[in-house]
Design a protein around this ligand. Structure first.
Ligand code: ADP
Length: 492
């Protein structure tokens, strides 16, 4: 099945400007936005401050939340200031909605207005900001034979940051879609010469399913009969003209959201199927060993030492399977957000020291040695069980993939606001083209274990998710002395 990508490359403008003189509101917005979206906020507490910020850094912002009444701009001057910057979507944050604001909303380039009342409106702003950001990656086609209607719809769509393409007839629309198969929403006028909106809907539906291209019929006549006819021809939705900008925005944004959610579901389903296939494949091998060994054990006249070697084989294969299942359960629990990080104040130097002692025996079996450089103490708020799991994985990988008699260097460094743990080995390292795959699920790469140890390709994927749950970072770089260097940074 064709999967349509959403989101596009990260954009340069990824900041939100908050223009609000009331400190409490300003900070509440900053907190809610930074907690719930990937965007950073910059606060301005007056019109003068907003002017200065925009004069120097307008290109950093894609959106602004604006208080209408500032001490040095009591009549919405800050809105006009932001409107002068076409790349910034203005959201008006106001104590009350006056008739003149509603007028402005129709005639000026305002993305939306939100009342200053209650937490639910702050949550609305947060989701609106995310929506406005995502819209920039959504292509919308407007098909109307009237130039005025096309331009009016374009203006409203651009205000919501959609990318807009225009066509003045059904035939032109089909060729625009042909040239831009990544168009996600089409707004079709009902009455056009030659090919009307219904015929165009049917033609588009032959090529694109409802979850690949959202079609919205638009008409100023005909009412319910037209709307039913559009839906029966394959449209997702219908808008009766004249519409209020609020109604138009809600419908468009809702449909864009529907597409994104559908895409995410499809992607998750494909990933699940892939994981299931790989898991079944990996579980099959030890199960086959157990089944064959059990068949052999049923044979008569087996010598006692053969019997015990078969039982040993069953034991080892069961353990491998259990370890794999534990990893799979971990991945599934983490993916579905069921893993809770229970932080407490921990001495990372102590924790690392203990794990190094624990892995000493495994290292000695391969004649390897640890070299460590740890501070006397390293206080950090982490979930000790989970961070131990991450360190175990890095240490056991270093032992698994390194040659006999090599050395593993473990360091813990103070980076002022974070701790940096690194594990360097003298193994084969990771090939350049494989580095981006390292932390994905079931990634068994070119480096092979050096003493027949088992590999599932799940360990680093689990580590990444656990470190990220601590708001930390895990990565790989080549070890200057040859081999691998895995590092974790954990915020203090
Ligand atoms: P596993 O080790 O169980 O296969 P991981 O997710 O921990 O799973 O590692 C993924 C892959 O990355 C491994 O299969 C291996 O090819 C490679 N790898 C991991 N750590 C190292 C290392 N220290 N040196 C070389 N290759 C490594």
């Amino acid at each position: 099945m064709l999967l349509i990508a959403f989101g596009g490359p990260p954009q340069f403008m990824d900041k939100v400007l908050i223009i609000e003189d009331a400190k409490a509101f300003n900070q509440m917005l900053v907190h809610a936005i930074e907690e719930n979206t990937p965007f950073d906020c910059v606060s301005a507490y007056s019109l003068a401050e907003a002017e200065k910020i925009l004069f120097n850094h307008a290109a950093d912002f894609f959106c602004a939340v604006i208080d209408l009444n500032l001490p040095d701009g009591p009549d919405g001057e800050a809105v006009d200031l932001v409107i002068d910057h076409p790349n910034i979507a203005p959201i008006v944050f106001t104590g009350q909605v006056s008739a003149s604001l509603r007028e402005d909303f129709v005639h000026k380039r305002i993305a939306d207005y939100v009342l200053k009342e209650g937490q639910h409106n702050i949550s609305y702003i947060v989701s609106l900001i995310q929506r406005l950001y995502n819209n920039a990656a959504v292509k919308v086609l407007v098909v109307d034979d009237s130039l005025t209607a096309r331009n009016q719809l374009k203006r409203m769509l651009v205000t919501q940051r959609f990318e807009v393409l225009l066509a003045s007839s059904g035939a032109e629309a089909l060729s625009v879609v042909e040239a831009n198969p990544d168009i996600r929403i089409a707004l079709l006028d009902c009455f056009m010469d030659e090919m009307d909106g219904f015929q165009l809907t049917s033609s588009l539906r032959k090529k694109y399913a409802k979850d690949e291209l959202v079609i919205i019929g638009v008409s100023s006549q005909g009412g319910h009969a037209i709307s039913a006819r559009f839906i029966k021809s394959g449209a997702n939705d219908f808008l009766l003209k004249p519409f209020q900008p609020e109604e138009f925005n809600c419908r468009l944004n809702q449909n864009a959201e529907f597409m994104e959610q559908f895409f995410a579901l499809k992607q998750a389903n494909e990933q699940k199927n892939e994981l299931l296939g790989m898991a079944a494949h990996d579980i099959r091998a030890p199960l086959a060993i157990i089944s064959n060994a059990a068949d052999m054990l049923l044979k008569k006249d087996l010598k006692p030492d053969r019997q015990s070697s078969l039982l040993d084989m069953i034991g080892r294969s069961s353990k491998d399977m259990l370890a794999l299942l534990d990893d799979l359960l971990d991945v599934s629990a983490i993916e579905s957000g069921q893993v809770e990080i229970e932080t407490e104040q921990v001495d990372l130097a102590d924790l690392l020291g203990t794990q190094l002692e624990y892995y000493q025996i495994a290292a000695e079996k391969k004649s390897m040695g640890f070299m460590s450089d740890l501070p006397t103490t390293a206080q950090c708020a982490v979930d000790p069980k989970r961070i131990k799991q991450v360190i175990d994985n890095l240490l056991s990988n270093a032992i698994k993939y390194s040659p006999l008699s090599s050395e593993i260097v473990v360091t813990l460094k103070d980076q002022s606001d974070s701790w940096l743990i690194s594990v360097k080995d003298q193994g084969p390292g990771i090939e350049k083209e494989d580095v981006s795959k390292l932390f994905g699920t079931f990634q068994k790469l070119n480096s092979k274990t050096t003493a027949g140890e088992k590999s599932s390709g799940l360990g680093l994927a689990i580590c990444k998710r656990l470190v990220e749950a601590h708001k930390g970072d895990i990565g790989y770089r080549d070890n200057e002395a040859g081999g691998s260097c895995f590092y974790i940074s954990l915020p203090k």
